[in-house]
Design a protein around this ligand. Structure first.
Ligand code: PLP
Length: 402
């Protein structure tokens, strides 16, 4: 019999869509994958060269559990530039992706009985990790069209046992980019109610609305002693499988992570650490600029296609690389007796009939949403989105006639 904690974890989420795409491909059917949480692009040559050099040099040993000191130094310098706040090597922990940083944060600050505020729609690992730590996720809905959480709603969710709030801007799945006033108000709440802030900023390099990403620490430097800022190279450098992330936090959290990582993974993969260090030393930012430009073009082209949707508002997609559709109106006007009743049904129909993989909002705790990635190569994206628009626009007519 398995431990109780396993029953607390949500299903495979977006991995389920990946499996459906692989299963269809195995039968020779080509599916356009708009479900993936990664940008399909070759990683920077500097990362690859860094890895090859490390392998050729025979690099093979454990590193310090929180990562190589030169890498932590390089990350502290990068983060200092990006946030306008000074960070030292000792403020940084290198992790196996943002996921490990978030788990370190949860395991470091949460006890059974604690509550953690999570903004919904959420990336599904966030509540699962809170549950793993024995605590209770409490959800505050961020509503369309902006998906920016309402501060009064957050305040209303705070109870004496509330230990932390998790925010994620730019957001997966909604693409929302929190404005400075919202970040400051969340910071004030955290101070007033003595909460930790876990700020997942792993899409920080991908903002498309003219502004740059702003960390809650830049918006409200007063929260530094209670904030764990989590980030990763996974999305920024399109190297999700390399598993390299980091967080910056107060020293007590760094000490906790040293113990946690030493007893769990020992250290992030040493070759990946050298590869990223090399990139940070020699990269001139051209890969990051080109990727941003490519995604920006893909976003504009995609929004043009999606503006052809009837009964579905064009999404904001301010940051990350997701179009998040609110299908509540479309579903509400489908005729009674229509077999399509939910976003799960719609995602199933898109896969079966249009050959397009998407992620239904239930994965993110939202029955109304549908997530489509624009990290897919441009020709596939265009074909996929056109099929989505055609299928969704045909729903009312087709079902009424059925
Ligand atoms: N946080 C969010 C919001 C994500 O969307 C993801 C990955 O999809 C992660 C964290 C995990 O990132 P990593 O692959 O670096 O562990």
């Amino acid at each position: 019999m398995l431990a109780h904690r396993i029953s607390l974890l949500s299903g495979p989420g977006t991995a389920a869509a990946r499996e459906a795409v692989a299963a269809a491909a195995a039968t020779g059917r080509q599916i356009i994958d708009l479900a993936a949480g990664e940008v399909i692009i070759e990683p920077p040559s500097s990362v690859r060269e860094g890895a090859i050099s490390a392998i050729k040099a025979g690099t093979s040993r454990y590193t310090e559990s929180i990562g190589l000191a030169p890498l932590r130094k390089a990350i502290s310098e990068k983060l200092s530039k990006e946030t306008g706040i000074h960070w030292n090597t000792e403020d940084i922990v290198v992790t196996a992706g943002a996921k490990q940083g978030l788990l370190d944060a949860a395991l470091s600050v949460l006890d059974p009985g604690d509550e953690v505020i999570i903004i919904r729609p959420y990336w599904p690992t966030l509540p699962s990790q809170v549950l793993l730590a024995g605590a209770k996720p409490v959800f505050v809905d961020a509503r369309p069209p902006t998906y920016i959480p309402d501060i009064d709603a957050i305040r209303a969710a705070v109870v004496p046992h509330t230990k932390a709030i998790v925010i994620n801007s730019p957001n997966n799945p909604t693409g929302a980019v929190y404005d400075r006033a919202t970040l400051q108000a969340i910071g004030d709440l955290a101070i007033n109610y003595q909460m930790w802030i876990v700020s997942d900023e792993c899409y920080s390099s991908l903002v498309f609305t003219g502004t740059r990403h702003e960390s809650i620490l830049t918006a409200h430097p007063g929260v530094r002693s209670r904030t764990i800022l989590v980030n990763a190279f996974s999305k920024e450098l399109a190297i999700t499988g390399w598993r390299l992330g980091y967080f910056a936090a107060p020293r007590e959290i760094i000490s906790a992570a040293k113990k946690l990582q030493s007893h769990t993974t020992s250290n992030a993969n040493v070759i990946a650490q050298h590869a990223i260090l090399h990139h940070l030393q020699v990269g001139d930012g051209s890969f990051e600029r080109e990727m941003h430009q490519r995604l920006s073009v893909a976003r504009s082209a995609g929004l043009r296609i999606l503006s052809g949707l009837h009964d579905v508002a064009t999404p904001g997609a301010g940051g990350s690389f997701f179009f998040y559709l609110d299908l509540s109106r479309l579903i509400s006007i489908l005729p009674a007796g229509c077999p399509i009743r939910s976003t799960d049904d719609i995602a199933g129909l898109l896969l079966a009939e249009a050959g397009v993989a998407s992620v239904a909002g239930g994965t993110f705790g939202d029955v109304n949403g549908l997530r489509l990635s624009f990290g897919t190569p441009p020709d596939l994206l265009e074909r996929g989105l056109k099929r989505v628009v055609e299928t969704l626009n045909s729903l009312k007519k087709r079902q009424a006639a059925a």
